[in-house]
Design a protein around this ligand. Sequence first.
Ligand code: PHB
Length: 394
Amino acid sequence: MKPIQMTRRPLVAALAALSLLASASTALAQAPAKLKVGLMLPYTGTFASLGTAIENGFRLYVAENGGKLGGREIEFFKVDDESDPSKATDNVNKLIKRDNVDVLIGTVHSGVAMAMAKVAKDSGTLLIVPNAGADAVTGPMCAVNIFRSSFSNWQPGYAMGEVMAKKGLKKVVTITWKYAAGDESVKGFKEAFEKGGGKVVKELSLPFPNVEFQSLLTDIAATKPDAVYTFFAGGGAVKFVKDYAAAGLKKNIPLYGSGFLTDGTLEAQGADADGLLTALHYADSLGTPRDNAFRLSYAKAYKLQPDVYAVQGYDAGQMLGIGLSAVKGDVSKKAEFAAALHKAKIDSPRGPFTISKSNNPVQDFYLRQVTGKENKVIGIASKGLSDPGRGCRL
Ligand code: PHB
């Protein structure tokens, strides 16, 4: 048999190929693994449009940063939580156990968020809540790995209670869905309103997500309060505002609310929302360079105007980016991740905000009035308002 003769040329080529392979595999070994982000949001039901806006906002921030946060490429996993607390634990476990996510982003509904927070606390998975205001999440259930980019239910309620007391209103009826968000919004409102000299004379409610308001509206008409304070959101808020006007109440008994009543809903509410006063940590007419840039970028990407939910999703992205940069992409460094957020001033389209010791935004609440298709700022309802974080030990 003839020995295999290698000429010089193929040998050089083979060596070159080998070294190419070697450098490619080092590059592979050095590229950090993708960061798996689990989005648990409602994509169906009364809060469906809220879930989509949050996802849009979050993805916009990631896209503006070249698809990476803290040096790691982002890979998305999604679950529709249907705003159903009874399915919440199973849904969050799909993301943690099946998909092995590194980070959870969710959700809108307070009852679902509390179930997520329990699993996040027990498993140590990083959780950023981009809407749900459940006071407990940054109260008794608080943890070093649980953050919120939105608000606590107490906050907008308290802000509106201060405003309505200052207006000299005395007798108020409240109306909301009977679940954590409604109960806590009314509680925050009542705390400030009664401290300011008013009285909540009746607390009306119906189960989430029901929208048969008729008998409750009849009750309001009979009670004749000076005003009504309400928490509704999404599809339910659209129907409530329309029914309130159709019942002939709007001109006689002024309707006030937390700003969810009129955010992301104005197209559908039309003239029935005109003039309504609400308190929220965002508005359509801030006119700051930061908000203008965000609104332009969002409108270009989605052919839609952003709302408060889009901002909260975007800021969940910013918070994740700040924390991840501080730990160089290593989510297991929880104390360092949290320390970076406690030091940060988050450059939000809503205006800059900080993170409290219990991991909730400390932020301004605007007094807004519906004018046409916009929630226009007409003043500050409460400046630098911090949730008291009752029951949080960190
Ligand atoms: C909540 O359940 O915490 C919740 C839902 C929708 C909102 C605000 C709060 O717009």
